[in-house]
Design a protein around this ligand. Sequence first.
Ligand code: DGY
Length: 338
Amino acid sequence: MAKQKVVVTRKFAESAHKLLSQEPDIETIQWESDRPCDRAWLLENAKNASGIILTLSDKCDEELVSAAGPSLKVIASVSVGTDHVSRDALKKRSIRLGYTPNCLTDAVADLSIMLTLMAQRRAGEAMQAVLKGDWPNMPWTPFLMTGPQITGSTVGFLGFGRIAQATLKRFISFGIKRALYLTSTPGKPSKADYYGMVKESPIPIESAQGWEQLASESDVIIVGCNLTPDTKHLVGTEFLFKMKKTGVLVNIARGPVVDTAALVKALEEEEIFGAGLDVIENEPNIEKDHPILRQPRCVVLPHVGSATIETRVQMAEESVKNLIAGLKGDVMVNEVEL
Ligand code: DGY
């Protein structure tokens, strides 16, 4: 029997490549770098492929799926977000989609806490001052580099899935007083978890009546929702200008949920206290003189939410397992219902 061709768009953890190489019926076409593969290479090599392992920077659209042709059975995305994949293109051809929703929850929740504290405590601004050699001009004064404290605050979640809930669990140990959340699918995707949390929670966890309540009553807003046509620029001028002047915004989801120009304006006009972004519109093509990078109260990281060694190894291994299960018609570790 002819081997099934699988295209792999990155060099991942060794253990993941080993898992794939142990499959006798699979022939792997590998992009030999951990940097994004060329689109032209992908389209060329996808021809007659049965499966593709890709990441959030490889667009999986009509073009790619047609380039692969009718042999294509599985896409395994090394990510929790799947907005880079056209579900319609897969669904109409009965192509299965694997993803890695669980293994990165802790890593991203940790980063959400880190960005919140960095934004509240002005870590970016403080580090810049020290690096620029300004510390000698900044003796200790009572209000030097002061910012709002997390203890006693209300934390609002735009989207309340796994990562948001794991973030809330961490925030509770910081002594926050209340959590608010807004989701288009109440209780989903981990309904049991959510209800368990509410019952056992030492603080009230309440569903916000709308984005206005979430924006105006939260001291910290964590953006953790999926990117869809409905959530694009959900955090825009109106939202930001409704926030408390002491409020901070943290985005660990997808850049386009936040309107960057509106965020720059809100920061410049001191309508909010600060922001922590792991993701931004048009990433990674952010020029060094982009106005968002000139905002002292905005910490910007290059999409490293899931970047712990353990998580990245698990994401790659799980994706290979998803791919193999998909090719064999077995149950995947995690599959998107299309
Ligand atoms: C994802 O997996 O969707 C994250 O954004 C990156 O790991």
